[in-house]
Ligand binder design. Structure first.
Ligand SMILES: *[C@@H]1O[C@H](CO)[C@@H](O)[C@H](O)[C@H]1NC(C)=O
Ligand SMILES: *[C@@H]1O[C@H](CO)[C@@H](O)[C@H](O)[C@H]1NC(C)=O
Ligand SMILES: *[C@@H]1O[C@H](CO)[C@@H](O)[C@H](O)[C@H]1NC(C)=O
Ligand SMILES: *[C@@H]1O[C@H](CO)[C@@H](O)[C@H](O)[C@H]1NC(C)=O
Length: 511
């Protein structure tokens, strides 16, 4: 009797304890770990994943964000925004670097705005000047900041720059630049209106912005629709389910929330593709981690963040944060009832130091509330900032919330770039350093841990298939310890070692 009643008391207490810790529970405990693959380059296009998607763009070396040098063929000097911007344009530098670089905003295949080092736009001085002086003083581009690039027939590296007053830019004595050269050119070497154009980089891999704006409003809708309908299809979900994977992570951009009429230059139709993904996922029993990868203003300056020209402005104004929260609200409401909707990732790869911890704390809290408004069970995934940070910096925020997952991205390719590691050293790095990294963020009452992106590419020259296999085995051995699971980047890619489908079909990966 005595023992029994004690036992009952004990069981009662245990029950009570369970109740309390359940209702209090910071942890929605997953019953399995994700073995997932990213559907990268699909609803947020990326040129390095599908380069051929950009092939039909006219003047495709002149996309948004391209970094351009103009060298006078007559004087051999580069056009330059004096002091980096805020004053006149000159042509008196022999080396092309920061101040000599013009970043393109594309209006159409021939017409552009030129953004300078200090972020002003090149234009004609209409207020103080005579309308022919060339300056970089406008903070936003208008009509007098819009120039046409005219290419020499038969040699696309020779150009003339037509100003909005109808005249061409020319270089005068002492490197003075004015927009007052009238008429045609014979493109000769002494012509002061002829420049050699060089593209020295920028975002030429291109993303959704570069692609849609590159094709323009007539062609982009058709090109994008074709891409959405063919790049990922139902059979891919079948393949995923049959090869030991149980999830997908799907990157989307903020503009999807205003489908079918997203803001310029994005085009409608991606929401329908996402709806399809959900119904295929349901059919094949696949879980979805939906991730907001491109946020208004861009949270990292990269094309997969939706950047136009490499700048990062997300979080600097409240409306960029509010628009992001609205997108999360929209997506969670739409898919809350789907049994495949497993997690909502609020933001991908915010970059430090521009994205501050304060911005993140504010946004992640609002985003969490937006998700919880529609679902108490969908996990909320928070991505750590990229940069020099403490990987536990989001712990204080997470401790008050329920069902939180911390997402970490591990690419040896980028993270050990300067170490010149051999194949074996890369493998040792995974078993050693990476294990320790995961241990550091794995705590009994902290957030769940997700390795939401990793790849099989590295910087080992001439690695054999065996090397790759051993490396991938190490990655899987270590990442399976992440309490929420992992997601490989990505399902498809023109580069085989970034392409999970190829790696599985060719025996590199066995799950
Ligand atoms: C280029 O021209 C500007 C304006 O005349 C002048 O201030 C600057 O010192 C010149 N720079 C060089 C390198 O000649
Ligand atoms: C095209 O123009 C560039 C820039 O002036 C020049 O360097 C190059 O030699 C030209 N190419 C041909 C084929 O004429
Ligand atoms: C890696 O290799 C490069 C090029 O060979 C060399 O300049 C650099 O010092 C090496 N770095 C280390 C950490 O050994
Ligand atoms: C890996 O960890 C070891 C030991 O802490 C450290 O010396 C080494 O620099 C780390 N390697 C890299 C590439 O960070």
């Amino acid at each position: 009797m005595e023992i029994n009643s004690r036992l009952i008391l004990l069981l009662g207490l245990l029950f009570l304890f369970c109740m309390v810790s359940f209702s209090h529970g910071k942890r929605l405990k997953p019953r399995f770990r994700l073995k997932a693959v990213n559907l990268g380059g699909w609803l947020v296009a990326e040129g390095y994943i599908t380069p051929s998607l950009l092939d039909g763009i006219p003047n495709k070396d002149l996309l948004d964000g391209s970094q351009i040098l103009f060298k006078s063929v007559a004087t051999g000097k580069y056009l330059c925004a004096e002091t980096g911007g805020g004053t006149i344009i000159v042509a008196n530098r022999t080396v092309g670097s920061g101040w000599e670089t013009f970043i393109l905003w594309r209006i159409n295949e021939k017409t552009f705005n030129f953004k300078v080092f200090n972020r002003q736009f090149v234009g004609l001085d209409m207020t103080n000047g005579n309308g022919v002086d060339v300056v970089a003083i406008a903070d936003t581009p208008g009509k007098s900041e819009t120039f046409e690039i005219v290419r020499k027939p038969g040699n696309s590296s020779r150009v003339r720059i037509k100003a909005p007053n109808g005249f061409f830019l020319q270089v005068k004595a002492k490197g003075v630049v004015t927009a007052d050269f009238a008429g045609k050119s014979k493109w000769e070497k002494n012509d002061p209106s002829v420049f050699e154009i060089t593209n020295i980089g920028g975002l030429n891999g291109g993303g959704e912005f570069q692609l849609t704006n590159g094709y323009g409003p007539e062609r982009a809708p058709q090109v994008m629709r074709e891409h959405w309908n063919t790049f990922i299809v139902e059979d891919d979900f079948k393949f995923i389910a049959e090869n030991g994977l149980n999830g997908v992570r799907i990157p989307v951009g903020w503009w999807i929330a205003s489908d079918p009429t997203p803001p310029y230059p994005y085009v409608g139709g991606s929401l329908e593709a996402l709806d399809n993904a959900f119904s295929w996922a349901e059919k094949y029993g696949i879980k979805i981690v939906l991730g907001l990868h491109a946020l208004p203003g861009c949270q990292n300056g990269w094309v997969h963040g939706g950047s136009r020209d490499g700048t990062q402005d997300w979080g600097k104004t409240d409306d960029t944060i509010q628009q992001s929260v609205d997108a999360i609200d929209f997506l969670t409401a739409r898919y809350a009832k789907s049994p495949s909707f497993y997690a909502m990732e609020l933001m991908n790869e915010p970059k430090a130091p521009e994205a501050t911890l304060e911005m993140l704390n504010k946004f992640y809290m609002l985003g969490y509330d937006a998700v919880r408004k529609h679902s108490s069970t969908v996990y909320v995934v928070l991505n750590n900032r990229i940069g020099k940070i403490d990987e536990r910096e989001l712990f204080p925020l997470a401790s008050g919330l329920k069902g939180i997952v911390l997402d970490l991205h591990y690419y040896n390719l980028f993270n050990t770039k300067y170490y010149n590691l051999t194949a074996q050293q890369n493998i040792d790095f995974i078993y050693g350093n990476r294990s320790r990294d995961i241990d550091y963020v794995t705590t009994s009452n902290g957030p769940l841990v997700f390795i939401g992106e990793w790849g099989a590419e590295w910087l080992v020259e001439g690695a054999s298939q065996e090397d790759y296999k051993r490396y991938i085995k190490a990655l899987l051995d270590v990442f399976k310890r992440a309490s929420f699971g992992w997601a490989f980047w990505s399902l498809k890619n023109v580069n085989n070692h970034w392409n999970m489908e190829w790696l599985i079909k060719n025996g590199y990966i066995k799950l």
